[in-house]
Write a new protein. Sequence first.
Length: 150
Amino acid sequence: MLDIGTKAPDFTLPDQNGTEHSLSEYRGQKVVLYFYPRDNTAGCTKQACGYAELYPQFKEKGAVVIGISKDGVASHKKFEEKYGLPFTLLSDTERKVIEAYGVWQEKKNYGKVSMGVVRTTYLIDENGIIIRAQEKVKTADDPANSLNFI
């Protein structure tokens, strides 16, 4: 996980429509950057729908919401359409950004150890500096906690 006060690593990834996005294009705005394990799983759906519900309030505060997982563009598109998600989902199939942000870690599930994305949310300020970093976030609470912090 990256430390508060450090510069957020820039990246370029495709969204659910195949359009490339770079973190640097959001300079001047606050960015809620959340990493999640997989599209269409119970926890990830709850978290994404929570962000969708609060999205107008994030926009009012001048913030953008971006979700990143290692799922492909087509998976993100289905996820977006199924739940009407109004924000950007980025596809990091090669895990370059996931690893740069320190969220590819060893996880334990029912006693089995494997590598995977640890659900993590970063808040990045208008200058590209990390001002909040939350690891192992609770899916139901993360959107409201992020909004309250802004």
